[in-house]
Design a protein around this ligand. Structure first.
Ligand SMILES: Nc1ncnc2c1ncn2[C@@H]1O[C@H](COP(=O)(O)OP(=O)(O)O)[C@@H](O)[C@H]1O
Ligand SMILES: [Mg+2]
Length: 355
């Protein structure tokens, strides 16, 4: 058995997992708070549990402000967490800066929405990639080895021939090419996990598919575990194996992407999908997503995260609301139409099903 056979055989194995991940940001106290002696927090992420698997893409879908980026920053350990655990290969990992953070970042890399902001305009592509390779000890022992590693990175993201790109500055490339460079830089660490926070939402609609196909190719060839954050649920169906839906800091539904997008169970997911114009053409739906905010599509506004609604956070907007929804927080309940499909919704409580 070759090395790549072994890695392929481990496809599906849990690489990075979060349990009960929670982040509350303190809010600056105003006079009224000081007088009332209260301190308030933004409940950005509450009790998020997820597993990223080798050779799989997991989509995290939700409207703006639902806590997606905070989840990515917690998973990358750029933010410390209020509570919950992060496990890398089953072992709890808590790192705060320094060498431990660098060792963690070698395995868990992040890609951001705006490749222009994440690349320094005064440095060439060669500089960015060399630095990434060297920091993580992948720069080789000679100039020739470094050059070879640089060529391999650019080839991997289909920027070929590499010598055409190496000595360019970020502004000399198109948005799609810059995002490919950002991906190549992440690959310089030789990671196991990629956390991609809306990696195509700033790109022209016409080149989004190309970048998503590149990520898919990395998943298949390098067996990476990928978290794909998006507000566009149609692209999740196209691209992700598993889809998780977030609303106002909490996860509300999860399952394999086909099931969640074709038979959504949570009323929030249903609203998102019903109002997404054409789920079969990722380009059309991406365009529509850019033109209509998810808030327009689902009706109503997302709630305050300083004083989130009690019970289910979606209850004030929910067309199927029941009395218990404003009182009790629904747990993850099995939907029962496919393996692993769940919704945090009282509609799926055993005493409600079949009513
Ligand atoms: N550093 C921060 N300090 C205070 N509040 C924050 C901070 N980062 C994010 N938030 C708040 O947390 C919530 C979730 O934000 P975010 O994770 O960026 O959502 P998304 O990526 O889904 O748009 C928002 O209400 C946002 O205003
Ligand atoms: Mg975000």
């Amino acid at each position: 058995m070759t090395l790549s056979d072994t890695s392929a055989a481990r496809t599906g194995e849990a690489v990075l997992a979060a349990e009960g991940l929670t982040k509350h940001f303190p809010v600056r106290r105003g006079l009224a708070d000081l007088l009332a002696r209260r301190s308030r927090v933004v409940h950005a992420v509450d009790d998020v549990t997820l597993t990223l698997r080798r050779g799989r893409v997991t989509a995290l879908v939700g409207e703006s402000g639902s806590g997606k980026s905070t989840v990515a920053r917690l998973l990358s350990q750029l933010y410390s967490r209020t509570s919950g655990d992060i496990r890398l290969h089953g072992r709890i990992s808590t790192v705060r800066g320094g060498r431990a953070f660098r060792a963690y970042a070698r395995r868990v890399q992040m890609i951001f929405q705006d490749p222009f902001a994440s690349l320094n305009p005064v440095h060439t592509i060669r500089y960015h990639l060399t630095r990434a390779l060297r920091i993580h000890g992948n720069g080789g022992r000679s100039r020739a080895e470094l050059e070879q590693a640089l060529h391999a990175l650019l080839t991997r993201v289909s920027l070929t021939p590499p010598e055409r790109y190496l000595d360019k500055f970020p502004h000399e490339l198109s948005g799609g090419q810059r995002q490919r460079v950002a991906i190549a830089r992440a690959l310089g660490a030789d990671p196991e996990v990629l956390l991609a926070d809306e990696p195509v939402s700033m790109l022209d609609v016409s080149i989004r598919l190309g970048v998503l196909n590149l990520l898919r190719d990395l998943k298949e060839r390098l067996h990476l575990a990928i978290l794909y954050i998006t507000h566009d649920i149609a692209s999740a169906r196209y691209f992700a194996d598993e889809t998780l839906v977030m609303y106002a800091g909490r996860m509300v539904e999860g399952g394999d992407s086909e099931t969640v997008t074709q038979r959504p169970a949570h009323p929030y997911t249903r609203l998102l999908i019903e109002s997404a114009p054409d789920p079969d053409t990722i380009q059309g739906s991406a365009q529509a997503a850019a033109e209509h905010t998810p808030e327009d599509r689902a009706g109503g506004e997302p709630p305050s995260l300083i004083a989130p609604p009690t019970g289910c956070r979606f209850h004030p907007r929910c067309p199927a609301v029941m009395p218990r929804c404003s009182v009790e927080l629904p747990p993850r309940l099995t939907v029962g139409d496919a393996d692993g499909h769940w919704a945090a919704c009282w509609l799926y409580a055993p005493d409600e099903v079949g009513k």
